[in-house]
Write a protein that binds this ligand. Structure first.
Ligand code: PLP
Length: 394
């Protein structure tokens, strides 16, 4: 059975070209880039080239790029650096729909005595900008808002939000883990101070990330050790992955057009066909300001986990908007923040595409899904009572 992989917001396949440039650095070229000898120095040159490629994708300068181990580390670095750089300020502004890399850290910091404001979103997952402006105070050390949401793909107006923060002298960080490579980003044209990205979301390997730090921004390192990354992140460089990430960024720039046309069309086809063929289904999130590869669809009166298990039998990979915690299915914090009704949130599925997906794959999912939902609804006591009643006009 072949796999149809529609879970690219969870992780992506390392592209063949990326793997090819990495392999020599596991083999013959194993030198330490910090060594004085030519054997290590040649690896250092490759790291410099990779840094230039990452910077080019972001419209940044290479000295603003710091390699880290993952998106989570970059998020932690940004927030902790701001708090350490402005020790008199004790307030953090973020949103209710952030990834745990930001949200759990903020919850942890709240226990340490920081005040955290989690901004609400509306029922389409959009940020409330009035609430945002009102939340900023002279005590605010940092604003951390994601560029694009991992579950719904909804894009926040982070460039405008960064300008507002700057007018008040507040640092602005964005978790752009889901945005980089999918939508154009140009750091030369915005006021964002810090940005996080993660290699494994754009066809580079897991375990490599980037922390972008605008030149001149106050900074306090999170990982203290050797002189690597100009003393901004200690630890011997993950050479093969850095080189792979450089290639992945070069490819992302090349395929951005494809992502925004072909991938978007496939996503739209999948979404429109599923909505048309399956009653009691709806899209979660703003359909206008959204990543081109993501759709989050709720199928009422069924459980997401059931859908995933059935999809799995056909080799189709997606993910659900609820998680099994201590025996009970909890809708995700993102769908709850959007006020998605319980019966809808339970049956939500995120399909996230990539440039690797084909129209044949999408057609197969479109053919398979109605049958799966029908079978699950036939077993659902809610569908028997409430669902059928609304489905059959009297
Ligand atoms: N932020 C967002 C929005 C994500 O989607 C993820 C991963 O799913 C992360 C942060 C964490 O990235 P990493 O897995 O590289 O730590």
């Amino acid at each position: 059975m072949t796999t149809i992989y529609l879970d690219n917001n969870a992780t992506t396949k390392v592209s063949a070209e990326v793997l090819a440039v990495m392999l020599p650095y596991f083999g013959n070229f194993y030198g330490n880039p910090s060594s004085m000898h030519t054997f290590g120095g040649q690896v250092g040159i490759k790291i410099r080239e990779a840094r230039e490629k990452v910077a080019a994708l972001l419209g940044a300068s290479p000295d603003e790029i710091i390699f880290t181990s993952c998106g989570t580390e970059s998020d932690n670095t940004a927030i902790r650096s701001a708090l350490a750089s402005y020790p008199d300020r004790k307030h953090i502004v973020t949103s209710r729909v952030e990834h745990p890399a930001v949200r759990s850290l903020c919850a942890h910091l709240a226990k340490e005595g920081y005040r955290v404001t989690e901004l609400p979103v509306d029922n389409e997952g959009r940020l409330n900008m009035d609430a945002y402006e009102k939340s900023l105070t002279p005590d605010t050390a940092i604003v951390s808002l994601m560029w694009a949401n991992n579950e719904t793909g909804v894009i926040f107006p982070v460039e405008r939000a960064a300008e507002i923060a700057h007018e008040r002298g507040i640092l602005f960080h964005t978790d752009a883990v889901q945005a980089v490579g999918k939508i154009p980003i140009n750091m030369e044209k915005n006021a964002i101070d810090m940005l996080s990205l993660s290699g494994h979301k754009l066809h580079a390997p897991k375990g490599i990330g980037v922390f972008y730090l605008r030149r001149g921004t106050r900074f306090s390192p999170f990982m203290i050790g050797g002189h690597q990354e100009r003393e901004r992140r200690g630890g011997t460089e993950n050479t093969p992955s850095i080189i792979g990430l450089g290639k992945a960024c070069e490819l992302a720039a090349r395929y951005m057009e494809d992502e925004n046309t072909r991938v978007r069309q496939l996503r739209d086809k999948l979404e429109n066909e599923l909505l048309a063929r399956i009653p009691h289904s709806r899209v979660n999130g703003d359909r206008v300001n959204r990543l081109p590869n993501t759709t989050n669809i709720s199928f009422e009166f069924v459980e997401g986990e059931g859908i995933l298990l059935m999809l799995d039998r056909y080799g189709i990979c997606a993910s659900s908007g609820s998680a099994c915690t201590s025996g009970s299915l909890q809708p995700s914090h993102v769908l709850r923040a959007m006020g998605v009704p319980f019966t809808m949130a339970h049956g939500s599925i995120r399909y996230s595409l990539s440039i690797e997906n084909t129209e044949e794959e999408i057609d197969l999912v479109i053919e398979t899904m109605p049958e799966i939902i029908e079978r699950l609804r036939a077993m659902s006591p809610y569908w028997q009572t409430e669902g059928q009643a609304c489905a059959t006009p009297s």
